[in-house]
Design a protein. Structure first.
Lengths: 295, 166
């Protein structure tokens, strides 16, 4: 096998770099990585990823180490009714997170001071934890997580909406008897920062739709898709893309004029309007229909 | 800010080039190998207090780098990131005609076979040590070695014959 040794060693030698970056550069990257892990994790739908290895579980890598038998890489491991894809080569050190409504929300990062919650802050239940990653001893990959999956919340834990906050921004759950806030992080931030809608003052919800009324015989009306624009008394506008099923938007308390446009109404050139201003109250829900009047 | 430990600096200075060579032999791409080895050292910096106690911290770095290469294979975008970080592929000393064939043959093998071939034939690990490092059974190492050698030996035989005829 000498020739194979030589041949492979020559290939390895050929790839050896003649220079290497200063270690201080990597130390700086390590510091940045520590500050960025929560954001990266959230983008991936999980917590901090530590590419660790078997030694991390089994202690110092001595030659007497006993390798723990593990399933092959990629083997699905069932925990309760949940199926996760696991890795032999990666240990995941999850942050405290839960995924619900297609959104990943984390606890403990992204806000300072961190919001505290009381039982009177809770609104309705928006989900129930069905799967817990930590049951896989950190081996579950964070890919393709289904809704109502959490890292540490026990299976069966109710997930609550919080009064005044879009559940896509802030929810609550109890862990070890304590009420904890879970916040959506800002994917565009370079550090772990909660979305403004998660940490700002409470807002109010507005639900409604865009619809045509009138027309020949009064039969041309119906829900249509388009865009609805809320204009506050201070002139600040918030646009919402609306489907036929209507919209739900969270706005700062105040009064708003509501207008809209639709490709189904005067080729998008006509303006649809609500019959009256809508008043948004924190923690409450208002309803508004935006009407496109057909002659 | 804590000063970087001297033993970590020594490990980095003494092993970086060797690790890049080994990982590049597995991945077939020096840029990707450098990215993986640097990524492994970045993780080592954070975990140095613990890894420093290991018998062979370099083995830890190598294993993490192998893991990163495996992960990156599933993420093409990371290849783009490596190019952005390191620029276009560097000029690598060109292999001889014989070695081109061997490099290609090596690159055509499954990643697992390349890993065991390099760990055993370049790093010099035993089958059991390679199995520990890769987290697989010794029998798996043996079978991968056997298949890998079987794929490369014909080329080596040709090379020897060619030299014999010369």
């Amino acid at each position: 096998m000498d020739s194979l040794d030589e041949a492979l060693a020559e290939i390895a030698d050929r790839h050896r770099p003649s220079a290497q970056p200063p270690l201080d550069d990597l130390v700086a990257r390590a510091r940045r990585r520590r500050g960025r892990t929560a954001v990266v994790a959230t983008l991936a739908g999980i917590g901090v990823v530590t590419v660790g290895l078997l030694q991390q579980l089994s202690g110092p890598a001595t030659k007497q180490d006993v390798v723990r038998p593990l399933g092959p890489t990629g083997t699905p491991v069932a925990t309760a009714t949940c199926r996760f894809v696991t890795s032999n080569h990666t240990i995941y050190d999850y942050v405290d997170f839960v995924r619900v409504g297609g959104v990943t929300l984390t606890h403990g990062v992204g806000a300072d001071p961190y919001p505290t919650l009381h039982p009177e802050d809770l609104a309705g239940v928006v989900g129930t934890v069905r799967c817990r990653l930590n049951d896989t001893n950190g081996r579950a990959k964070p890919d393709h997580l289904q809704d109502e999956t959490s890292s540490y919340l026990s299976v069966g834990t109710p997930l609550y909406a919080v009064k005044g906050y879009d559940p896509a921004c802030r929810i609550a759950a109890r862990l070890d008897g304590k009420l904890k806030a879970y916040l959506a992080l800002d994917d565009t931030a370079t550090t772990a920062t909660a979305k403004q809608c998660a940490v700002g003052p409470p807002r109010g919800a507005v639900v409604g739709g865009l619809q045509t009324i009138g027309g020949p015989g009064g039969n041309a009306g119906g829900k249509v898709a388009g865009t609805v624009v809320f204009t506050s008394t201070a002139g600040k506008t918030t646009s919402v893309v609306v489907g036929k099923s209507g919209f739900r938007v969270w706005l700062e308390p105040g009064q708003y004029d509501v207008t809209g446009t639709s490709a189904h109404y005067n080729d998008g050139k006509g303006t649809c309007r609500a019959l009256k201003r809508v008043t948004v109250v924190a923690g409450a829900q208002a309803t508004v229909e935006v009407l496109c009047l057909l002659p | 800010v804590r000063e970087t430990p001297a033993d970590l600096r020594d490990l980095y200075a003494g092993s970086y080039a060797r690790l890049v060579g080994v990982v590049a032999a597995v991945s077939g791409n020096r840029d990707e190998a450098e990215e993986a080895v640097q990524g492994a050292f970045v993780r080592l910096v954070s975990a140095w207090d613990r890894i420093a106690l290991y018998d062979d911290p370099e083995a830890w770095v190598r294993r993490v780098a192998f893991g990163l290469v495996s992960n990156r294979r599933r993420k093409v975008r990371n290849g783009v990131r490596a190019v952005l970080r390191h620029g276009p592929p560097a000029d690598i000393v060109g292999p001889s005609g014989d070695r081109i064939d061997l490099s290609r043959a090596l690159a055509s093998l499954p990643l697992g076979q390349r890993q065991v071939l390099v760990l055993v034939h370049v790093v010099g690990l035993t089958v059991d040590s390679a199995a520990r490092e890769l987290g697989i059974a010794p029998g798996t190492v043996k079978s991968r070695l056997s298949r890998g050698r079987a794929a490369l030996q014909p080329l080596l035989a040709e090379e020897r014959n060619a030299h014999g005829l010369a």
